[in-house]
Design a protein. Sequence first.
Length: 170
Amino acid sequence: MIEFEKMVSGEPFNGIDTDLRLRREAARLACAKFNAHPSKGNLRHITRLFAQFGSLVIEPGFQCDYGSQIHLGENVYINFHCVFLDSADIHIGDNVLIGPGVHFYTVDHPREAEQRVTGTCSAKPINIGNNVWIGGGAKILPGITIQDNAIIGANVVVTRDVKQNECFIG
């Protein structure tokens, strides 16, 4: 099984694999085209990478690893300089506001140094419900679910699931 197939099926994968590096490079180039000249026309360079998207606004500075694992609902606003490390699925519901500099990290690395040097990675999906507001600078870690109507405070690291209607400030 190739490393991309391992990655999307949730198995451990080699993040330094040539095919994965080339896929990340293609996504970087698509993001660079949009970020250099942000317009509706250039937004297509990014959205053609996505697994799914509805109506959305993406401000410049957007970065993603692959794009193919990103699923966006309707009426999603992604502010300046957001990062989506999408080695696993990132599902974002409807009416979601994402502040500037928010990072979504699905990928993780082994705790043992010997395993890290081999390039072994794992990834867990991130799920964001409907009507969620994520404050600027927040970091969402692998495997996190944020339920409907939740608010995530600015500059927090989300290390646990956030319940419906909860305000998480760290």
